[in-house]
Design a protein around this ligand. Structure first.
Ligand SMILES: Nc1ncnc2c1ncn2[C@@H]1O[C@H](COP(=O)(O)OP(=O)(O)OP(=O)(O)O)[C@@H](O)[C@H]1O
Length: 238
């Protein structure tokens, strides 16, 4: 389970600044939350704070409760324990970045398996084959990222982000470069894998119409002023 309380940051460029605040987020294993908001409302900023890439200015609580390990991430952030945060990111988090984030010098197959190799874990081959087959990328495994379209890279990037069965998946615009058929397929696969492997999942998306039919809990950016937004539940949780 993931519990976050009062996560805040102010980003500034020159004289202007923008404050992003998440008052509360509680996610159980396998829960999915969609983050929506206008362009510039702070969705990526929020995701990067949750992903421990950006350091918040204030954090009242951030805990990850795992099967045999409870992690007080707020404490590590406040203590600036960069090494421990890097370990947690590698082991328990999965990132799916907008641009794919694949390493240019590794073939697609090696990119997908990289998180497993770094953690010295064994790959679940039947699961890997299932995901590759489902997303239709088996013919691309021996190619380099630059030989793939952005949409093909996004699909490979999804498999890489969950191959090590993270506790938390952070997906930033996972379907931005996909056609409607593949966007739907990927959303359904994200939801299926989250439930199956108990991966708490946070999805930032503009693809609101498509995802609104799936009945997912949504946090929506509310502009508190022209330079401040808060992420609040769109509806009561079911
Ligand atoms: N590196 C940065 N330094 C300073 N300010 C930044 C930085 N990145 C983003 N911002 C500002 O923070 C605010 C939120 O940006 P962010 O990228 O998080 O929004 P977003 O909702 O993800 O936008 P989009 O939907 O267009 O991707 C914006 O006002 C932006 O100008």
């Amino acid at each position: 389970m993931l519990v976050i309380k009062q996560l805040e940051i102010s980003r500034s460029t020159g004289k202007s600044f923008f404050r992003v605040c998440l008052p509360e987020l509680i996610l159980k294993e396998g829960d999915i939350v969609v983050i929506q908001g206008d362009s510039g409302s702070g969705k990526s900023t929020l995701l990067e704070m949750i992903g421990m890439i950006l350091k918040p200015d204030n954090i009242d609580g951030y805990k990850l409760f795992l099967d045999n390990n409870d992690l007080d991430i707020a404490k590590l952030i406040n203590n600036n324990d960069i090494n421990q945060l890097a370990n947690i990111r590698a082991q328990y988090l999965g990132f799916m970045l907008q641009t794919g984030g694949l390493l240019p010098f590794l073939k697609i197959y090696d990119n997908i398996l990289l998180p497993i190799k770094l953690l010295q874990k064994n790959v679940d081959n039947s699961r890997l084959e299932y995901l590759i087959d489902k997303l239709g990328i088996s013919h691309l495994l021996n190619k380099y990222p630059k030989q793939l379209s952005i949409g093909e890279r996004q699909r490979a990037s999804f498999i890489r982000s969950i191959i090590h069965k993270p506790a938390l998946l952070l997906a930033d615009e996972p379907t931005s470069a996909l056609d409607p058929y593949n966007a739907n397929l990927l959303f359904d696969l994200i939801i299926e894998q989250a439930k199956q492997d108990n991966i708490a999942t946070i999805i930032v998306t503009h693809d609101w119409q498509r995802i609104s039919t799936k009945g997912l809990f949504t946090l929506s950016a509310k502009l508190v002023s022209s330079h401040s937004s808060e992420f609040l539940p769109l509806h009561d949780r079911q």
